[in-house]
Design a protein around this ligand. Structure first.
Ligand SMILES: Cc1cc2nc3c(=O)[nH]c(=O)nc-3n(C[C@H](O)[C@H](O)[C@H](O)COP(=O)(O)OP(=O)(O)OC[C@H]3O[C@@H](n4cnc5c(N)ncnc54)[C@H](O)[C@@H]3O)c2cc1C
Length: 433
């Protein structure tokens, strides 16, 4: 058998690409080392609840084409993400909006909130510059002298040296210390003083009473879960999915093309590779271990891993999920997503899965999400796009251009954080006729 495309990774990118290519008449072999379909958007049914196995996934987009495309494969409910933040025994609405500010300061009007944030930011920037001046920084001393009592001028010229300074400058004391500092330090595993300012370029402040986390026009959760959505994108029936999960290769025909899905199969086991780690090629294309061939390879796993880390490791952040079934509890926290913003609480959030689908049944399931350092063998959830990693990724990317039969896609292949709508937009765009 000669496939037109071998796609490594049955996550959202690989699945959308497989469908687009099959619709154009291609024969596609789609493999994943996981037993489950959908990559990180995989959901599984437990106790009648769709569990988001790799963290909360809320579909949101302003791209009408993407929204229409994805709605071909299942109905979305009207879930709106409105997370709550817990700091000590205080509860705040997110994103930062008039509900948050009213709870913080007992105020009612937008201009009161704006004035408090501006005043606190001015005081903090003045304090930072005074500290710098005391340490002998001439520029800071000159800035203080030039501004006099004018905080607006101090703020206009301020250059934050780290994430703590940036946060205080953008958000003032209370919002930063209660809602940003500890959460960010947990996410990155470092103090805000050791993190670069660019991590937070701006903070989304809303001076209206609106707890909808996203600004997008369309939002929701697939009513039957993300796994069923991906199953339909691939044109599989539920019985075929069960067979694929049991390790049997399953082939579906779409238009003139076809998709053969093989789960629990790592790339390393499917491709014959030479001593440098690259696939072996002969006149029929890329040689597979079972004697089949593929003309092209689309890889949606880690680009550095694919090339055997020959230029070095890219940086990633990982996560650890701790899921608990609570059959005796019907409603654990009253909201799908609750963030814990203190550094002392080791997890960043608890999600209660049933609320994504407005579940009313008995019992509940919660997941605590712990940020973690990444090392080889861990799941790489977030790329760390700092200068060094971006330069290293660029080296891998440019090396890959030397192989015309090889391409990379998705968040690991492109070493970039993508939301689901961006993944669909990219894959549909790339493989449209
Ligand atoms: C915690 C978290 C929360 C998120 N929340 C949201 C959200 O609310 N809304 C939103 O729009 N987006 C969200 N995202 C982003 C979303 O998960 C991604 O956009 C999407 O999953 C990316 O799909 P992908 O196919 O590129 O990658 P993946 O889902 O990672 O798929 C890659 C697949 O390749 C497989 N693979 C890798 N290497 C190999 C190999 N060597 N052999 C075989 N198989 C291999 C992996 O097993 C995996 O299944 C979130 C991401 C995370 C981490």
């Amino acid at each position: 058998m000669v496939y037109d495309h071998l796609i490594v990774g049955a996550g959202l990118y690989g699945a959308v690409a497989a469908r687009m290519l099959a619709e154009r008449g291609a024969r596609v072999l789609l493999i994943d080392r996981r037993r489950a379909l959908g990559g990180n958007i995989h959901t599984e049914q437990r106790m009648g609840i769709d569990v988001h196995c790799y963290g909360a996934h809320i579909f949101h987009t302003s791209n009408e084409k993407v929204w229409n495309w994805v709605n071909r494969f299942g109905r979305f409910n009207n879930f709106i993400n409105a997370p709550v933040a817990v700091w000590r025994d205080e509860l705040y609405n997110l994103p930062f909006n008039m509900n948050t500010f009213s709870r913080l300061w007992g105020i009612r009007r937008p201009e009161e909130a704006q004035a408090i944030i501006r005043r606190q930011a001015g005081e903090e920037v003045r304090r930072i510059l005074q500290g710098r001046a005391a340490a002998g920084d001439e520029a800071a001393r000159a800035a203080l002298e030039a501004a006099g009592t004018d905080d607006a001028q101090l703020l206009a010229d301020f250059q934050p040296a780290n994430l703590e300074e940036q946060g205080l400058f953008l958000a003032g004391r209370d919002v930063f210390n209660k809602l940003v500092r500890g959460y960010t330090e947990k996410q990155w595993g470092r103090d805000c003083t050791e993190l670069p300012a660019f991590i937070i370029r701006r903070l989304p402040f809303r001076y209206i009473y609106d707890n909808n986390y996203f600004n997008d026009r369309f939002q929701g959760i697939p009513e039957e879960g993300y796994t069923v959505l991906v199953m339909r994108i691939l044109g599989l029936t539920p019985a075929e999915l069960v067979r694929a999960e049991a390790g049997t290769p399953v082939t579906v025909h779409l238009s003139e093309g076809s998709i053969t899905l093989r789960l629990s199969v790592p790339y390393e086991a499917v491709c014959e590779r030479d001593e440098t780690g690259l696939p072996r090629l002969d006149e029929e294309g890329i040689r597979l271990t079972n004697g089949d061939h593929a003309a092209c390879l689309l890889y949606t796993g880690m680009i550095d891993e694919f090339f055997g880390y020959r230029f070095g490791e890219l940086g990633y952040r990982s996560l650890r999920f701790e899921t608990e079934e609570l059959p005796e509890v019907d409603n654990y926290q009253g909201n799908a997503v609750v963030n814990y913003t203190e550094r002392e609480v080791p997890y960043t959030r608890i999600i209660e899965h049933k609320h994504f689908n407005f579940g009313q049944g008995p019992g509940t399931i919660i997941t605590r999400e712990y940020p973690a350092d990444w090392q080889r063998g861990d799941e790489p959830y977030y790329p760390i796009n700092d200068e060094d990693n971006s330069a290293l990724y660029e080296r891998y990317r440019s090396f890959a251009t030397g192989y015309e039969w090889l391409s990379f896609g998705g968040r690991l292949g492109n070493y970039k954080y993508y939301n689901m709508d961006q993944i669909i937009e990219a894959a549909v765009g790339r493989y449209s006729l």
